[in-house]
Design a protein. Structure first.
Length: 145
């Protein structure tokens, strides 16, 4: 999946696969993705931008919590990890979970607003905002630990 075979990349891949192998989390991911797209596409213009921003923040919290479940699991406890590598793996896994939903939410926001060209631009903007939120949330988590 990821080209670089570092410890952080392999751990992020394992966490990503474990997230989707659990049928409950996969179902939750698909439901939240579909509901997020609908929640962004249906309201009028100023409301859907606010809803999109709040959903990005909510999804980042949810994805970091799912990382916490994996990071405290018995599998991870068997192997000794450097805390920096574990933090890097968590950030990577959360980004891999966010990117598909972020692109679709941003595209739905622009598509409902002005059309498919604006949808592509708002998808890029939503991704930039989402990755910024994920970076800030990761930094806050790092400073709290």
């Amino acid at each position: 999946m990821l080209r670089n075979r570092s410890i952080a990349n392999r751990t992020a891949e394992i966490a990503f696969k474990a997230f989707f192998r659990n049928s409950a989390t996969m179902k939750l991911y698909l439901q939240l993705g579909g509901l997020s797209i609908a929640a962004v596409a249906l309201p009028p213009f100023p409301v859907n931008v606010i809803v999109c921003a709040l959903l990005i923040i909510m999804l980042s919290v949810m994805f970091y919590r799912s990382w916490d479940v994996f990071a405290t699991s018995d599998y991870v406890q068997l192997i000794t990890y450097d805390s920096e590598e574990l933090h890097r793996a968590g950030s990577m896994m959360v980004r891999m979970l966010f990117i598909p939903i972020g692109i679709l939410m941003g595209f739905a926001l622009g598509l409902a607003w002005l059309g498919w060209i604006v949808g592509i631009l708002t998808a890029a903007g939503a991704m930039a905002f989402g990755l910024c939120v994920l970076s800030i949330a990761g930094w806050v988590r790092l400073t709290r630990a």
